[in-house]
Design a protein around this ligand. Structure first.
Ligand SMILES: [Zn+2]
Length: 71
């Protein structure tokens, strides 16, 4: 395995307070809609840098900067 940035599709957890870097809005848990989010582990030069959390629609809009999400 190489240390490359990757994205996964996840259900938004209650209490999540991450800010989506695309729209600058909180990635909020919504009980009714079972919201989905994209969680990205971002690596630069093979070294882990950070986790970014996106709304599913925003990640699409940004044209999947870290590749197609794994489920
Ligand atoms: Zn967003």
């Amino acid at each position: 395995m190489t240390n490359e940035s990757r994205a996964v599709l996840r259900t938004i957890e209650p209490g999540n307070s991450a800010i989506c870097p695309v729209c600058d809005q909180q990635v909020k848990f919504q009980a009714r809609t079972q919201g989905k989010q994209i969680i990205c582990n971002v690596y630069e030069n093979g070294t882990w840098q950070r986790v970014e959390q996106y709304h599913l629609a925003c990640y699409d809009e940004a044209q999947e900067p870290y590749g197609a999400p794994a489920t």
